[in-house]
Design a protein around this ligand. Sequence first.
Ligand code: SAM
Length: 248
Amino acid sequence: MQQHPMPDSLPGAAFWEALGWTPEPAQLGQLKALQDLLRSWNSRVNLTRLVEGDDYWINQVFDSLWPLQTELRSPHQSRLAIDVGTGGGFPGLAVAIAMPGARMTLLDSVGRKTAAVQAMVNDLGLSDRVSVRTDRIESAGHDRTLRGGFDLAMARAVAAAPVVAEYLVPLLKPDGNALLYRGQWGDTDLRQLKRALVPLNAQLSSSQHCQLPAERGVRHLIRLQPVSPCPRQFPRAVGVPSRQPLGG
Ligand SMILES: C[S@@+](CC[C@H](N)C(=O)[O-])C[C@H]1O[C@@H](n2cnc3c(N)ncnc32)[C@H](O)[C@@H]1O
């Protein structure tokens, strides 16, 4: 049997209390099954190094879900959500498990990752409400079935905040929310993001932070909302994204 370097126990009540959401037994089973699937797929496709013990439960599950405490109060509410640059399926798969009312699109440009994620979706029994798409968001964002269609658009560790804003905002319904998962976050980042939001007709609606359990560091969450209905044309900046900071 394969040996895992970290303890394989499930998180206790204090963990879920800190998260502000406690899974039903079936959801806990899905989260555990997802960990097993990641282990299995990781041996064939390099999806993520965060699969064992606290790496999985804190840096994947907790980190994916803490920003959604508002939404997790009504997890059965019908919502359309997209995870851009999902990689091995985070935060999107954890969100799909925690919010049974959500219909989720998981998008990534790397086909071997999306093939693995699609197989995991099937094995978790989520294929009726989770779809997986292989595409760059710069192209997929032109698709009328995606543009302006989502209540929630999220991205973790995909690009600099101004670029992620350009990716996510055009995907939102007029009352939708973009969730930018962040690690380090400073005044310069905030200034650059605010500048990028002007041509997108979007505004920063909130900025939160959270100390992860077991002193695993501080995480930030930036929420963006459109200030008016999305323009009909996809912003030029999304077609040819710049990874340079947008001014000082
Ligand atoms: C560092 S990984 C993060 C994966 C996952 N979100 C997580 O936090 O574990 C970044 C992922 O974004 C994807 N990606 C980067 N730019 C993209 C783009 N323009 N369109 C679609 N996917 C993109 C990459 O293929 C990669 O899987």
